[in-house]
Each structure stands twice: as C-alpha cells, then as structure tokens.
Design a binder for this molecule. Structure first.
Ligand SMILES: Cc1ncc(COP(=O)(O)O)c(C=O)c1O
Length: 430
C-alpha cells in the first residue's frame, strides 16, 4: 500500500475509528468537548473498557496451576506479557514487568541497579525528559549515593542537544536516561542514531528509554534501537492506568529490586510488588487488541491482512504515524498564519519537519496567561487542552516555566479539528 493509499484508507474509516472511543465527543458528564489532551492521557478505547469491566467481575485474584480460574489468571498474565513483547519487539515475555505507573517502574529500576552502578559511576539525564526519567536517577544515584549526575541540554529548536549529550559521556558513564519524545515540545529523539554513539564512548553504559510520550504515535522496536530498558504507560496507549517496564533479560537477571523474601527471585516476578491487577492487565490486552483491529480495518482486502502479530502492530503504528503527520502538517501550516508578535509555538515548527516531532504543541500567546487561554478555548470552543508544567523538564528546567499551554493530538482526531483549533487561536491572538 502506498503512503497516499494508506492515508486515504485512514480517512475512509476514520468515523469507525472514532466510534470506538466513547468519550470522543463528550466527557463523562455529558459535556460536549474536543479532547486535545492525549499527551496527558489518551481517550480509552471500548476494547479496553469492556475488558476491564469483564475481568473485574470474573478474575481470580491469584494465578495458579490447578483450579481453572487460577489457571485463567496465570494465562492472562503471560498472554499480556507476550502481547507487550510483540508490541515493542522484545525478545521474551519474561522481560516484561507490570507496575503501578511508569514513574513507579523507573524508581524500582533505579533502586534495583545497586549491583551494577557504583559510587564512581556518573549518570546522564536530559532536560528534554519527563521528570519520571530524571528524579529516580537524581534522587537515588545523585542525592543518596553521591554519584555525579550530568544534564544534557536542549537546543533553541526544542531538540535534544546531541553533541552536548555525547560530550558528557566518558568511560565511567553508567547510565543514560533519555526519552523517545518530549511530552513538552513533541520533539522526537533520534535514538537509533544516538545510541551507538553513546555506546562507543562508554562500554558499560546502560540506556534507559522513556517510551511513554511516543508509544501512541509510532512503532517501538527495542531491538532495533538497542536500548537496555524501556517503560511506557497503558493510559497513554488508549488503555488502563499502569506502567510497563522492559529490560534485556541478561541485565534483569543481575538486578536486585526491593522485594519481599517469599517473592520468586526471578524475572519478571521479582520486579512486581504485591498482587497484579488482573482487570487492568486485561484492559491493556484490550487496548492492544484494538491496534490489531485497526490493522485489519486498514487492510483493504483479505490479501492485505498481515498474518503475524508483531508485523501487524508495526504496520498499524506506522499507519498512525503517517496520519498524525498530516495532522501536524495542518497545524504547523496554520500556525504560520498567526501573528508572530503574539503567538509562539515551541519545538520544531517547520511543516516540512513533521517526521521529527509528535503532534504535541506547547504555545504562548503574549499578554495572556496559560490558564486564561485554556479557559477561553474551553468556554468559547469546547477545546480541552492542558496547562501546567506537564512534569516536563523541557518546560520546567529548560524554559524555566511553571505553566504553559499544550494541545496534544492523537490518531482519532480529525483534520477539521486541526483547522478549527488554529482558527480559534487566530481569533484569540490576532
Ligand atoms: C513522557 C512521560 N514519561 C513518563 C510519564 C509518567 O507516567 P506515569 O504517569 O505512568 O507515571 C509521563 C506522564 O505524564 C510522560 O508523559
């Protein structure tokens, strides 16, 4: 299928896609709205909602191997681990553990590296990341263990300053924590190119990737990227609120997470504290099932249907990226019409550079504070955007701001929404 055919097909089935998201046109209180806050949490897809409700009724709390209900729970856990394995192209389901949130997963991971990192190690974090991939390293390894923590800068275009990052790495760099994409500026980090350069400068360096902001926007392939750890969150992938952590098996074997004595001392069990939430796991499975459904819908005939699950997931995430590129292009072209004396969008703004960003746009309108802008867009147009620091170091540390407006889009948003959004800003800022 050519790019154009894919785009046409996406548009052809777009109302069907939207119909799978019960809150697409109104919030839970019945208020009409246009949700432009997917960066803070996507809309939940019906597959995930139904799976959650059904499993909440039927699941057995503990997995086991005798009673059918406990066997079903055991199978569920391993099915979801295998599904995630396919989604991010991990090697084995044993590499996947489930956590309360990504923040929780990364604090767990940071603590468990106590057998690998030493007091002599230095660590590198970035000013582009979400604080969830900064504070665990700064708190546990910087403040508590006294390691040097180095901060890679962001350049004037809102991109990670790769030269600066590389200049911080030496043979004692034990870990680089870096995001796939900024939840502040939408900028995508070219990790496939950067990771080999990091490895050249430090042979012992581990690379921990935050996949949360990018997971809904494009394919993830941990083998191709060659990182060591990656985390993402279900609620930013059309599903439930949980964190997922992946790590290379041989590394996971060496790690010592905090765990109760009676918990199995092997991966993935040793990374998981307490009883897993079965309904939430079923819901994550539902969210991933939705992606398979979308892949089949995008295929125009039976011959085009893709047999292997990993290939289907890659295909559908590429299709989503393609469609979202169109959304970004419309928005960035629209922004070019706005008065540059009053309106400013952060990050990459040239419409030809859409491949370097996700459809997440932080912006300012001079003379208006972010809350005023958010209120106006809600009251006049029904747009639900975000304002705040978004826990983004790009906003909080790099820009030094407590609050900024952010509109973030996903594949269920329409081309018309993008146009209307720019028009609303135009009426406000010109
Ligand atoms: C890029 C990014 N990383 C990490 C997180 C933290 O995820 P969680 O809320 O699951 O801890 C978020 C949440 O906003 C995020 O946007």
């Amino acid at each position: 299928m050519s790019q154009q055919e894919m785009l046409d097909r996406f548009l052809e089935i777009h109302s069907k896609i939207r119909s799978r998201f019960p809150q697409i046109e109104q919030d839970v209180f019945g208020n009409k709205r246009i949700y432009l806050n997917s960066g803070a949490g996507t809309l939940t897809v019906d597959f995930a909602i139904h799976a959650l409700a059904s499993k909440a009724q039927s699941s057995n709390p503990q997995p086991g191997d005798i009673d059918p209900a406990e066997i079903a729970t055991d199978l569920l856990h391993w099915r979801v681990r295998q599904f995630v394995t396919d989604f991010i192209h991990a090697r084995k389901p044993e590499e996947i553990s489930f956590h309360f949130s990504t923040t929780h997963a990364l604090f767990n991971l940071a603590y468990s590296l106590r057998t690998i990192l030493t007091k002599e190690s230095n660590l590198v974090v970035t000013d582009l990341d979400h604080m969830a991939n900064i504070s665990p390293w700064e708190d546990i390894w910087g403040l508590e263990k006294g390691c040097q923590i180095r901060r890679a800068k962001v350049n004037g275009e809102g991109c990670l300053d790769v030269d600066h990052l590389l200049s911080l790495i030496d043979p004692k760099t034990g870990l680089v924590a870096v995001t796939m994409a900024s939840n502040g500026f939408g900028t995508v980090v070219p990790l496939k190119e950067i990771i080999p350069l990091i490895r050249k400068k430090s042979h012992i360096c581990l690379i921990c990737v935050d996949g949360v902001h990018h997971a809904l926007h494009g394919p993830i392939d941990v083998q191709e990227m060659d990182c060591d750890f990656l985390a993402f969150s279900g609620y930013k992938l059309f599903g439930p609120m949980l964190g997922v952590l992946w790590g290379k098996e041989h590394l996971l074997r060496k790690l010592v997470p905090y765990k109760v004595e009676t918990n199995k001392n092997e991966s993935p069990y040793k990374f998981e504290q307490g009883t897993l939430n079965n309904a939430i796991l079923a819901s994550l499975e539902g969210a991933l099932e939705y992606l398979l459904w979308l892949s089949d819908e995008l295929a125009m005939n039976v011959e085009q249907k893709i047999p292997l699950r990993r290939d289907k997931l890659r295909f559908v995430m590429n299709a989503i990226a393609e469609y979202e590129g169109k959304l970004s292009q419309l928005i960035l072209e629209g922004f070019q019409r706005l008065d540059t004396n009053t309106f400013r969008c952060y990050g990459i703004t040239h419409p030809k550079r859409i491949l370097e960003r996700d459809p997440t746009f932080s912006f300012d309108i001079s003379g208006k504070n972010p809350k005023e802008i958010k209120k106006y867009l809600w009251e006049e147009y029904g747009f639900h955007i975000a304002c705040g620091n978004h826990y983004s170091a790009a906003i909080y540390r790099h820009l030094g701001r407590d609050s900024i407006c952010r509109a973030s889009f996903a594949h269920y948003d329409t081309l018309q929404t993008c146009k209307s959004f720019v028009e609303a800003l135009e009426s406000f800022s010109n």
